[in-house]
Design a protein around this ligand. Structure first.
Ligand SMILES: Nc1ncnc2c1ncn2[C@@H]1O[C@H](COP(=O)(O)OP(=O)(O)O)[C@@H](O)[C@H]1O
Ligand SMILES: [Mg+2]
Length: 209
């Protein structure tokens, strides 16, 4: 049975789809990965369409179920994949609740800033209510300044754990996305690729426990 990961955050633009694509692409090099786009905005669907043009890109199963079909799609894909990754819509809608309920782990991407932290609370509460393990992934972390430390301290007082060191603010993520690739494929020697690899290592430790 697959390990199911829901990527959720009620704030739009937090990096859910970027993270889902990059984790899926990097994991697909070694594992059987299914990627589900449950956001009506269909960002990942566009990414998957672009990806289909790359014959060298690691194969992954893609589906974009909605409404009552989401749970069934997850259950079906769980059987013959190692990892099922679910990208969700903003606004803690019903579909993201369904994804969180089905997940072994909820990853909440969050930019290190007050409004983003406050916006994350609803998603994190939903994960707690569903008794799901959750990890915050700091995204678009500025290279300079103390913002990351301030937010990490805030997370610690709320007993919220992070997943890996997080991702910096890098154009490489958008460039790879436009090609239907992950940064580990489009720019394997980049800092962005190192960040995704570090995130995967942190994820692998969680998946073992
Ligand atoms: N680490 C990052 N560095 C630079 N740009 C990023 C990063 N993560 C996301 N972005 C950009 O931010 C925008 C929103 O990201 P997206 O993944 O679509 O967020 P969401 O799915 O949460 O709405 C996109 O233009 C994306 O390229
Ligand atoms: Mg999105």
């Amino acid at each position: 049975m697959a390990f199911v990961i829901a990527i959720a955050q009620q704030k739009g633009g937090a990096g859910k789809s970027t993270l889902a694509a990059n984790l899926a692409a990097a994991l697909a090099a070694r594992r059987r990965v299914a990627l589900l786009d449950t956001d009506p905005q269909a960002t990942l669907t566009r990414w998957a369409e672009l990806r289909a043009r790359h014959q060298g890109a690691a194969a992954l199963t893609f589906d974009a179920p909605s409404g009552w079909r989401v749970t069934g799609a997850i259950d079906k894909l769980k059987r013959d994949h190692d990892v099922v990754l679910i990208d969700t819509a903003p606004h803690a809608q019903t579909d993201s609740r369904v994804a969180i309920r089905a997940a072994d782990l909820v990853i909440v991407p969050m930019q290190p800033a007050g409004p983003d932290l406050w916006a994350s609370e609803a998603t994190l509460q939903l994960a707690t209510a569903e008794k799901r393990a959750a990890r915050v992934l700091l995204n678009r972390v500025p290279a300079q300044g103390r913002l990351k430390e301030v937010i990490l301290a805030e997370l610690a007082t709320r007993k919220l754990a992070t997943l890996g060191p997080g991702l910096g603010n890098r154009t490489g993520y958008a460039t790879a996305f436009m090609l239907g690739l992950g940064v580990t494929e489009a720019a394997p020697r980049s800092t962005a690729a190192e960040e995704i690899t570090a995130t995967l290592a942190a994820l692998a430790r969680l998946m073992k426990t």
